[in-house]
Ligand binder design. Structure first.
Ligand SMILES: Cc1cc2nc3c(=O)[nH]c(=O)nc-3n(C[C@H](O)[C@H](O)[C@H](O)COP(=O)(O)OP(=O)(O)OC[C@H]3O[C@@H](n4cnc5c(N)ncnc54)[C@H](O)[C@@H]3O)c2cc1C
Length: 479
């Protein structure tokens, strides 16, 4: 990082340099610029300082300083959230936690990994593989942070079986906006026990889904899982979204998949077409992969038998479902890092000029088909591809419905066009009972506009209690 050029004249910068050391705090414009934008449609804004902390004590000192001086603080790990969540709405300190990247422990008996906030998906996957263990990762960049994804209710490759990344969290250490250090989960009672948030009151909820507005997570423990040796991915296509949803409903009842996902034709293209182009008439509109793991061949055969039964049942009722064969690299992309197909941002927005955003939602599966049909119309009207994904969570009929929307970030008009289309899509989903995850400020406003007054009151009260001076990532919740 650049040197603290203005240290002598700026007391805040001088104090920050005293805390983290020369070279780890700066107000240099070229560095602040690099943290002022992301891939999304959200307008760039400059932080006043960029700081790279390396210890919990440094974070405590920074937050005490910021709280005293009422300076906003934005926690940051890789900035890949595609919702403007690390864009500093009100300037202040951009606190990059990448240097805190230790895997503190992998407890192979309790099946828990304790990590610092800068640990990446690739780093954890590589370490777990040495112990024949695994943890799901998103189809985003492997260099992004495991803990940021988990505390933001991120989605990984094992969600059909184990739930969201946040549902894997077993303990946390957090620095509050006022600088105090707290712990939640079993590690709060016995410093060496990181195995569970239960049966204590679930205080981890104060830091999950809050978009970095209630504190800075400095240690996180997550459950990790044994990696069975036999991987089998079942792939099908359907001509209509209704047929695909029916197949997914049916298959998810048997709870045999770690991941049960379907992608529209536009999302299965590398890169996603921009602007919109029609799919070829003979191409099915939907493709699905169902990832299963087995310990023995007999177990795999049993899973295959169930899957075949589902396909036959669907075909018998007139569905267009067909068994298909995915390219090997696409299959690997869901289950191995690194991948040429998944996790590489260029594959999503290469045709579009480096912009990408999403209406990413958790939506009841019974609403996927009607919402997709309306999204498709809106997106095509805006000359955007309906690159949509549907994934089941935890074996129930509920899960992710999201569209990945590439756009040309070099053009204000094209960015605004994408933003408008995305907000229009989002409103439809909210009205059907869906809830956006990792919501940009524009989405938060739409959520709050529909919220029960008691929910908003509670949200504001909790926020004010934890962050009395509103310094933590201010503005992000739209309150
Ligand atoms: C092409 C593409 C595909 C993607 N696909 C998926 C997907 O399938 N599933 C999915 O879940 N995500 C996906 N993502 C989003 C993203 O990659 C992941 O959520 C990622 O793990 C976020 O990590 P990050 O390090 O970039 O977090 P950042 O963007 O740096 O931070 C995310 C949020 O967490 C807050 N934060 C960061 N660190 C802390 C901390 N220690 N304490 C408190 N708050 C903190 C930040 O302020 C911000 O609000 C995708 C992204 C791209 C570009």
């Amino acid at each position: 990082m650049g040197t603290a050029t203005a240290k002598k004249t700026d007391p805040v910068l001088a104090a920050l340099v005293d805390i983290v050391g020369e070279g780890n705090a700066t107000d240099a414009l070229h560095i602040r610029y690099a943290y002022s934008y992301d891939l999304s449609f959200v307008e760039p804004k400059l932080p006043d300082y960029v700081v790279m902390a390396s210890t919990v004590e440094q974070i405590q000192e920074i937050l005490k300083l910021a709280n005293r001086e009422k300076i906003p603080v934005v926690p940051y790990t890789a900035g890949t959230n595609i919702g403007g969540l690390t864009i500093p709405e009100r300037g202040g300190i951009l606190l990059d936690l990448k240097r805190m990247n230790k895997i503190i422990e992998i407890d192979t008996q309790d099946l828990v990994a304790i990590i610092e906030p800068g640990v990446s998906h690739a780093q954890l996957a590589a370490e777990l593989a040495k112990h024949n263990l695994r943890f799901g990762w998103p189809v985003g960049p492997p260099s992004a942070s495991v803990s940021s994804c988990a505390i933001s209710h991120g989605i990984g490759g094992m969600n059909a079986r184990y739930g969201l990344q946040s549902q894997e969290i077993t303990s946390m250490e957090v620095v509050l906006p006022t600088g105090e250090l707290v712990r939640v989960g079993s590690c709060a009672i016995q410093p060496k026990a990181w195995h569970s948030t239960l049966p204590l009151p679930k205080l981890d909820g104060l830091f999950k889904g809050w978009l970095g507005t209630t504190g800075i997570v400095t240690k996180l423990a997550v459950n990790v899982h044994p990696a069975p040796p036999i991987l089998k991915i079942f792939t099908v296509s359907c001509d209509t979204v209704e047929d695909m949803v029916s197949y997914m409903f049916n298959l998810s009842n048997y709870e045999i998949c770690d991941d049960l996902t379907a992608v529209s034709w536009w999302l299965s293209q590398v890169p996603i077409p921009y602007p919109y182009r029609p799919k070829p008439d003979d191409a099915p509109e939907w493709n699905s992969y169902a990832t299963t793991y087995s310990w023995t061949d007999k177990e795999r055969e049993a899973r295959e038998e169930i899957w075949q039964k589902v396909v036959e049942e669907e075909q018998a009722r007139g569905s267009s479902v067909k068994v298909t064969h995915y390219p090997e690299e696409a299959l690997r992309g869901r289950t191995q890092l690194p991948s040429q197909v998944v996790g590489s941002t260029k594959n999503y927005c290469k045709m579009a000029g480096a912009g990408i955003s999403w209406p990413g939602t958790f939506t009841p599966a019974k609403k996927w088909a009607p919402v997709y049909t309306r999204w498709k119309k809106i997106l095509i009207e805006h000359n955007l591809s309906p690159a949509v994904r549907m994934s089941m969570y935890r074996g129930v009929h509920y899960g992710m419905l999201r569209a990945m929307i590439p756009f040309n970030k070099q053009s204000k008009e094209e960015t605004e066009n994408a933003r408008r289309a995305i907000i229009e899509c989002l409103k439809i989903d909210l009205d059907e009972g869906g809830i956006p995850y990792k919501p940009p400020v524009d989405f938060a406003r739409e959520i709050n506009a529909r919220a029960h007054p008691g929910y908003l009151m509670l949200l504001k009260r909790v926020k004010a209690m934890l962050d009395p001076n509103d310094i933590m990532n201010p503005g992000k919740l739209g309150i």
